[in-house]
Write a protein that binds this ligand. Structure first.
Ligand SMILES: Cc1cc2nc3c(=O)[nH]c(=O)nc-3n(C[C@H](O)[C@H](O)[C@H](O)COP(=O)(O)OP(=O)(O)OC[C@H]3O[C@@H](n4cnc5c(N)ncnc54)[C@H](O)[C@@H]3O)c2cc1C
Length: 500
């Protein structure tokens, strides 16, 4: 899978993997936008920092994002006020507004060429029945001292009934930005190790030992920037977070495109933004989210986006299709802070719920302040040790039922698929001698066989015929058709069988 962003940067060609024990002030695990932002700030402060990256710099969620930089996270502020109160919601709003400024300032100060453009952001509805929710949101934002306007027109060729507009938001090419942050950090002495998988962290007195590639990194602080935290215990993040997948297509509309970033407040939450690519202005259309690991069809994902594109721009050409996933906490607020009370100087930032451009900056600032022992007025609302299943009991129950099914009941059910009936370029689970075996046949009929059991907690995987991956319905780990792990929290590949 490829994205516009991945095709617009060159890979770093001078990074190696960890092959010795090392010492540092800070060890960062993961080089997506969050890990890269932490590395950038810490390098400016002169800390000796190393970054461990399982694959390559920013090739996971950050590489497949939409890249809108906004504090308008859907219709979110009325929810926050109702659930947590005014002061909490104001801190959330202010922290994300500050993050936009921080990102713009970094880009200007460091002269980063990442196609930054100031844009208005709109949450719109095409349904009259959703207007009260839009109006309620506008009042909520205004009660926080924010500016949010009602409008009934957009410059896009679709009709709306109304929209809440945040002015002075922004969009950029997220990978050009992240690559520049990494390069600036490298220039200031940070070392990045790629193809280096962190597998555990242990506390030894005042120091921490991180284990990766059969070597040990000893540091005073560790930042877990691996998207979904890879360590099960302590922390228990797997019991308070799930992952959600969405789809994006990039089109050449063959027409002049208007300005603005848009997201629909109603399902399927269509999202639009333009982007600069190869000297042209193209359009990204996103949407069709579902819990990672649940069944999905082409028709209900890329197919539906293509239909939307054709209905708006009949002459359009689809240039790219991609999907990715993000972590959602039970109460929809990220977890930022200490990984667990027993690991006080190990920090985490996760649960960015598809708004990680600003939230990763908020997280990096909170954690860098903690390392420097500086008070951060936003730290409390994001406190990572909270666990309140009742804020979203419906999703908590869903998670528990899904886990019980995938861990126990579905494993006991005999597989109904037959090897012969699996067509080329498709997959499924068959039964061989009472053992479940995951089969993928490539376009030429070559067979890839895996043990379809997630290496994280042992859940039964499901075949995703849209992206040709093995997906975990429990916590959202994903593997390619050959069993190579792509997404966390699992980090080990699947066991494979040679049955050709
Ligand atoms: C479809 C979609 C659209 C989105 N659009 C927007 C948007 O418009 N605006 C917005 O603000 N947000 C958006 N988001 C959210 C945003 O993209 C994410 O929140 C953000 O990219 C997450 O960054 P990250 O650094 O936490 O994770 P990642 O980019 O996934 O980085 C984590 C890194 O850690 C590495 N890693 C994992 N495990 C280990 C290990 N054990 N050892 C070493 N390294 C490890 C991984 O390989 C990876 O490189 C979107 C999300 C989705 C799903």
């Amino acid at each position: 899978m490829n994205s516009v962003w991945l095709d617009s940067v060159n890979r770093f060609d001078n990074l190696g993997s960890l092959n010795e024990d090392v010492e540092a002030d800070i060890c960062i695990i993961g080089a997506g936008i969050f890990g890269a932002t932490c590395a950038y700030y810490l390098s400016k402060l002169g800390y000796k920092t190393i970054v461990l990256e399982k694959d390559d710099i920013a090739t996971k969620t950050t590489a497949f994002t939409t890249g809108k930089i906004t504090s308008q996270h859907g219709l979110f502020y009325s929810y926050l006020i109702k659930t947590f109160g005014l002061s909490f919601a104001k801190d959330y709003f202010d922290s994300n507004e500050e993050a936009i400024n921080n990102i713009v300032n970094i880009i200007e100060d460091e002269k980063i060429n990442c196609d930054l453009e100031l844009q208005n952001n709109y949450v719109y509805t095409a349904s009259a029945s959703s207007i009260p929710a839009i109006e309620e949101e506008i009042s909520a934002v205004q009660s926080l001292g924010g500016s949010c306007e009602f409008t009934t027109t957009t410059s896009f060729p679709f009709k709306i009934k109304g929209a809440a507009c945040f002015k002075n938001q922004a969009q950029f090419n997220p990978l050009k930005y992240v690559h520049a942050l990494c390069q600036k950090s490298i220039d200031r002495g940070t070392t990045f190790y790629i193809n280096t998988v962190a597998t555990n962290i242990e506390k030894h007195g005042e120091l921490y030992q991180t284990f990766a590639n059969n070597h040990i990194i000893t540091s005073k602080y560790v930042i877990v920037a691996s998207h979904y935290p890879f360590m099960k215990l302590p922390g228990f993040y797997f019991s308070k977070m799930y992952q959600s997948t969405s789809y994006i297509i990039a089109i050449d509309a063959k027409k002049t495109l208007p300005n603005g970033m848009y997201i629909c407040s109603d399902v399927p939450h269509f999202s639009f933004r333009t982007a600069k690519f190869n000297g042209k202005r193209i359009l990204l259309i996103g949407g069709f989210e579902h819990k990672t690991g649940l069944p999905v069809s082409y028709k209900d994902s890329y197919g539906a986006l293509e239909n939307e594109a054709k209905s708006l721009y009949p002459e359009c050409e689809v240039l790219y299709k991609w999907s990715t996933e993000d972590c959602i906490s039970l109460d929809k607020v990220p977890y930022i802070g200490s990984y667990s009370p027993t690991l006080p100087n190990v920090f985490v930032g996760t649960g960015f719920k598809k708004w990680g451009m600003t939230l990763s900056n908020v997280a990096a600032n909170i954690i860098v302040d903690k390392i420097q022992n500086v008070d951060n007025k936003y730290a409390e609302i994001y406190c990572s040790s909270r666990f309140d299943a009742f804020k979203n009991f419906k999703e908590f129950k869903n998670m528990m039922v899904q886990s019980a099914n995938s861990l126990i009941f579905n494993k006991l059910k005999p597989s109904e698929e037959d090897f012969e009936e699996i067509p080329n370029d498709s997959g499924g689970i068959i039964q061989i001698n009472k053992e479940k075996v995951g089969i993928y046949k490539d376009v030429n009929g070559k067979v890839f066989a895996v043990k379809p059991i997630c290496t994280h907690l042992g859940c039964l995987l499901s075949w995703n015929d849209v992206d040709k991956t093995w997906d975990c319905p429990c916590h959202g780990s994903r593997y390619d058709f050959s069993g190579k792990n792509i997404y966390n929290p699992a980090f080990d590949d699947l066991e494979t069988y040679d049955i050709n």
